[in-house]
Design a protein around this ligand. Structure first.
Ligand SMILES: [Zn+2]
Length: 368
């Protein structure tokens, strides 16, 4: 049954996965909370689906460390949001109003935004803004029936794209594009190493690097995952539990790779770095398995190597990759869809790294 939204009807209360204290999956409880009110320039979205990220687990656990914001409790996580436009807040800009997706349209949220006025925001780089915010991290996110976001951060989803696929895009595909294309300047002649190639981000990086014509080596932790990486176009696959650094060097006849992508962190950083050829780049977009790796300064500078950061991308990164996905050139990999009630089980699967691609929570199965 397709659910029709009565424009005038917005309930007082909604169901949400409310984190009232930090901890394990047991702190994920579905509670009733007030439906957030739209302010000026904002949109109220009825949530259809929300994808999981390691960020949700860090927020749940109350991770502390450099670059990790303090979470105000109670909190609702969920960064990658697909839903239906329910209501817009007031805007004085008539032109902006005309360009907005109509009420009832299915939209994808780019959940990151900056202050809009600093030098970085004016350069189109909100993730460099000192007041950078991510819905689901700094603000209440999409593990809820409704979410409020800046109206200019939504785009319409073409009819042929399933909601679970669209929900997989914002965090990992935008970041993957940022890392591989914008920061990595990938070339067809490049040899590329993807560490953690079965993760949401790693698999997206693999798809983009293959699409760019590069020769991709993937590191993954099981036979099944390595087979999947090969199906996606990896020319060589090695076991993350084995001596993959040696295997990569052997496979490249001791030359190494031009680009390495690592979001695993501490356990793999040094091996990733040492798989680089002269002048190679190691691009970091996360530290899901731990921060503060062992670093040799000489291993970096004596080989003319570069270590670069690529956190969530800008609007250009987001739009470039969604364009390829809308055209069917890249198909987001959805590992499994869980129901709203099974969010703890879904987060467990992510933590145990059982997945290949994205885990998506279907918040409202009846919606669009
Ligand atoms: Zn700014």
């Amino acid at each position: 049954m397709k659910q029709k939204l009565n424009k005038a009807f917005i309930p007082e209360k909604m169901k949400a996965v409310l984190i009232e204290e930090h901890g394990g999956p047991e702190v994920l409880n579905i509670k009733e909370v007030p439906v957030p009110r739209v302010g000026q320039g904002e949109v109220l979205i009825k949530v259809k689906a929300t994808a999981l990220n390691h960020l949700d687990i860090f927020v749940r656990e109350g991770l502390k460390g450099p670059g990790v914001p303090k979470i105000t409790l109670p909190h609702i996580s969920g960064v990658d949001i697909v839903g239906q436009v329910v209501q817009y807040g007031h805007t004085e800009h008539k032109e902006e109003q005309n360009k907005r997706p109509a009420i009832g349209k299915r939209v994808l949220l780019n959940s990151a935004f900056g202050c809009g006025t600093c030098r970085y925001c004016r350069q189109g780089e909100p993730s460099m803004c000192h007041d950078y915010k991510i819905i689901g991290e700094h603000l209440w996110g999409g593990f809820a029936e409704y979410v409020v976001a800046p109206a200019k951060n939504i785009i319409e989803i073409p009819n042929h794209i399933p909601s679970v696929q669209a929900a997989s895009i914002p965090a990992v595909y935008t970041t993957a594009w940022r890392a591989v294309v914008t920061v990595g300047h990938i070339k067809p002649s490049d040899r590329v190493l993807i560490v953690g190639a079965s993760g949401g981000l790693g698999s997206a990086q693999l798809q983009i690097a293959v699409r760019a014509g590069a020769e991709v080596i993937a590191i993954a932790g099981s036979e099944e995952k390595r087979k999947k990486a090969q199906e996606l176009g990896a020319v060589a696959v090695f076991d993350s539990h084995g001596n993959w650094r040696e295997e990569v060097m052997e496979w490249t006849q001791n030359e190494g790779v031009q680009l390495a992508f690592d979001a695993v962190g501490k356990p793999t950083f040094r091996d990733s770095l040492n798989c680089l050829d002269m002048g190679g780049k190691l691009i970091l977009s996360g530290a899901t398995a731990g921060d503060f790796p062992e670093i040799s300064i000489r291993e970096i500078y004596q080989h003319h190597r570069q270590v670069l950061g690529a956190p969530m991308g800008n609007w250009e990164d987001f739009l470039q990759v969604t364009n390829l996905i809308w055209r069917g050139e890249i198909k987001p990999i959805v590992y499994k869809k869980y129901s709203f009630e099974d969010i703890a089980e879904a987060q467990n699967a992510l933590e145990k790294r059982q997945h290949f691609g994205k885990i998506v929570i279907e918040i409202d199965p009846d919606l669009c």
